[in-house]
Design a protein around this ligand. Structure first.
Ligand code: DAH
Length: 374
């Protein structure tokens, strides 16, 4: 039963004291019974409601009704009780709110006994892995890494590499051209770079000699996809320029790199070739590291080297003086500097290293294939 304010028959201090005690014990009992917000509102309105709340009634029944000589005492009492009622109401509200946030905290608590989220660790793509291996061989020789754009201009991809306009050597690189470039001068027309060689020129424009760099990256050619061709593939280019670089330096560097990549027992073989940007030029063969150069695996023919015992692995040569002419202004006077360059297909090396029989597998994103390289 909610508390109601009694009319007082007497206003003596003892009578007031007794009435106040009853009120306070009712207050305490009602306050502690409040367990939710609705009950709190009822409780608050019962005690403080303006029209007919306990405090209003105290004013009427205990203060206004008190005879003159008891007014002072009654007034003090009523004031004191007002304070106690307000306190009790505040405390009740706080208890409710505290309880709510305790409940929220309890609900949010992390259960450290639950099993964690397992994130599977991915595998480095075999082409990227091979690229990093090749780069690290050259880093150990003091080379640094440079990169350049995949969408390239005719000037960097061809002209400054000594492919004159309409030269038949351009036909060996089945180029994918960017559309709607006809309004531009020929050298500014854009294409997908067919090799990483344009970054040779871009780097020599930027950095004065001496220079030792490798350039990994994507290249594109208009080749229909099959087991050994992809319109997009990867190359790594090398370039060393200094005051007296010789073909001997080229041979020594390539021979070392091939042994570091394929094993110390492989042999290298240089065969004359042609590239517009190198003179002389060579193709490098490595002895087949699968059959050991015999051309046979047991009684079967060795497929990767087509039974020849040799695998063609890269193109190289001494930088053509005509190429240096394009960057002469940056310290590359062909009378003063010389250099060698080389370029190899990364995907092909990965195919050989991992015994993959179809280049398309590298680009299909099938996790069952890629997981094997973890
Ligand atoms: N750029 C040539 C290609 O894609 C490869 C190459 C050959 C790069 C000889 C060189 C080099 O730097 O000297 O076929």
């Amino acid at each position: 039963m909610a508390y109601t304010v009694p009319k007082l028959k007497e206003f003596s201090p003892a009578a007031l004291e007794k009435a106040a005690e009853k009120l306070l014990s009712a207050l305490e009992a009602e306050a502690s019974a409040v367990q939710d917000e609705a009950a709190y509102k009822t409780f608050r309105d019962h005690w403080m409601g303006r029209k007919n709340g306990v405090l209003t009634q105290l004013n009427d029944l205990w203060l206004k009704a008190a005879p003159k000589d008891a007014k002072r005492d009654a007034g003090q009492r009523v004031n004191q009780l007002k304070g106690r009622v307000e306190q009790a109401i505040d405390a009740t509200l706080q208890r409710l709110q505290g309880g709510a946030s305790d409940a929220r905290l309890a609900a949010e608590r992390v259960d450290i006994t639950l099993p964690g989220n397992q994130r599977k660790i991915g595998a480095e793509h075999p082409v990227i892995k091979t690229m990093h291996e090749i780069i690290s061989v050259f880093r150990n020789l003091g080379y640094s890494v440079e990169e350049g754009p995949v969408i390239e201009s005719d000037y960097y991809n061809f002209e400054a590499l000594n492919f004159p306009p309409n030269h038949p050597a351009r036909d060996t690189q089945d180029t994918l051209f960017i559309a709607n470039q006809d309004a531009k001068p020929a050298r500014e027309r854009l294409l997908l770079r067919t090799h990483t060689s344009p970054v040779q020129i871009r780097t020599m424009e930027k950095l004065a000699p001496p220079l030792r760099i490798v350039i990994p990256g994507k290249v594109h050619r208009n080749d229909p996809p099959d087991a050994s061709h992809s319109p997009m593939f990867h190359q790594i280019e090398g370039l060393a320029v200094d005051t007296d670089i010789t073909f001997g330096d080229l041979k020594g560097t390539i021979d070392h790199a091939m042994k570091a990549l394929f094993g110390s027992s492989v042999k290298t073989h240089f065969r004359p070739s042609f590239f517009p940007f190198t003179e002389p030029s060579a193709e490098v063969m490595v002895s087949c590291f699968i059959c050991g150069g015999s051309g046979k695996r047991g009684s079967e023919p060795c497929r990767p080297c087509k039974q020849s015992g040799w695998i063609e692995i890269l193109g190289c040569g001494m930088v053509d003086p005509n190429v240096f002419e394009f960057v002469k202004h940056n310290g590359y006077d062909p009378k003063k500097v010389s250099g060698f360059a080389f370029g190899m297909g990364i995907d092909r090396v990965a195919i050989l290293k991992y015994g993959v029989d179809d280049i398309q597998l590298f680009f299909q994103g099938d996790v069952r294939f890629l997981q094997q390289f973890r």
